[in-house]
Write a protein that binds this ligand. Structure first.
Ligand code: NAD
Length: 297
């Protein structure tokens, strides 16, 4: 049964508004110091959803006072031309963040292109240097969606330390980085994937569930431990056009302490964390980036 301590909705839109309000103040402070954070997005080809995502990012930057620039390249651009542009942006001191919108059209070598981005400007946090810094517990730029997941848990002042967290999905984009972010916050973490033998048993034991698979309602509501925090990253479009997550929302909500809806949960947080990373990159790069590491025992 839902009661006052159950079924709290983790509203990604509301949290995004709050976080962007704080970011705007931080940006005003930076601008007063003569630093205008700048994000450069590289868009290759004319994939329709990518055009919309890029427009949203541009608009979000403008609203906060981040200088944004979109470099539109034709689908028949060569890999060498794309790489030249990335090198140019690496050298440009007014550029704090470089984002290559994925997916690139067929024929491009995505890995090689991403590997060229200066890691201090890698606001998507996907460069292997940043992934390595995360794994080793050093400061660096973190992937946006995993950062958004942690921000949502923090928004209800839930103490992650010592809790058992289960991450479902092991992608480099979400599953693996979120595993390390939780580990840094002293959770005991299990990561599940397509070969996991008993997903239900793993989820039943979890105080925190993060689902990032891409299969509608794979995680059943009855698996959720009473009082667990449930973060649903999945976005699945059903035949009737509606969107659902990877978790059976209505049943899970009855048992969870707090849960993210789909849509309106993790989704809106991803762009917010991109803006956060751009400001973070501007601050660190222009005030000299230094490596620091939290102690672990
Ligand atoms: P992916 O396809 O790269 O990875 C899916 C993972 O799920 C794999 O590691 C696989 O092992 C695992 N998996 C597959 N079947 C499974 C099963 N039966 N049991 C357990 N694990 C299983 O996907 P991704 O890029 O990590 O994205 C996952 C979902 O999150 C997608 O729906 C995607 O659209 C969504 N997503 C949302 C945002 C956002 O901003 N909200 C951002 C990124 C991804």
């Amino acid at each position: 049964m839902a009661n006052s301590t159950h079924g709290q909705l983790l509203d990604g839109r509301a949290l995004s508004r709050e976080m962007r309000g704080k970011l705007r103040l931080e940006i005003e402070g930076l601008i007063a110091e003569g630093i205008t954070p700048g994000l450069d997005v590289v868009l290759v080809g004319d994939d329709a959803p990518s055009q919309i995502y890029v427009r949203n990012k541009e608009r979000s930057c403008e609203r906060l006072g981040i200088r944004s620039r979109v470099h539109r390249l034709r689908a028949d651009t060569s890999q060498a031309q794309l790489e030249d542009l990335i090198r140019e942006l690496n050298q440009d001191d007014s550029v704090d963040g470089i984002l290559v919108q994925l997916p690139l059209p067929k024929g491009f070598d995505t890995e090689s292109a991403l590997a060229l981005i200066d890691p201090t400007k890698d606001v998507d946090g996907l460069h292997t240097v940043n992934q390595g810094l995360l794994m080793s517990g050093y400061d660096g730029l973190r992937p946006c969606t995993p950062l958004g997941c942690i921000a949502m848990i923090d928004s209800i002042s839930y103490d992650i330390s010592g809790k058992k967290a289960v991450v479902v999905g092991r992608s480099n984009l979400v599953g693996k980085p979120v595993l390390h972010l939780l580990l840094q916050r002293n959770a005991t973490v299990t990561i599940c994937h397509s070969r996991t033998q008993d997903l239900a048993a793993e989820v039943r034991a979890a105080d925190i569930v993060i689902a990032a698979v891409g299969q509608p309602e794979l995680v059943k509501g009855e698996w959720i431990k009473e009082g667990a925090v449930v973060i649903d990253v999945g976005i699945n479009r059903l035949e009737d056009g509606s969107l659902v997550g990877d978790v059976e929302f209505d049943a899970a909500k009855e048992r969870a302490l707090a849960i993210t809806p789909v849509p309106g949960g993790v989704g809106p947080m991803t762009i917010t964390m991109l803006l956060y990373n751009t400001v973070e990159a501007a601050r660190k790069r222009r005030k000299k980036w230094g490596l620091s590491r939290k102690s672990e025992v």
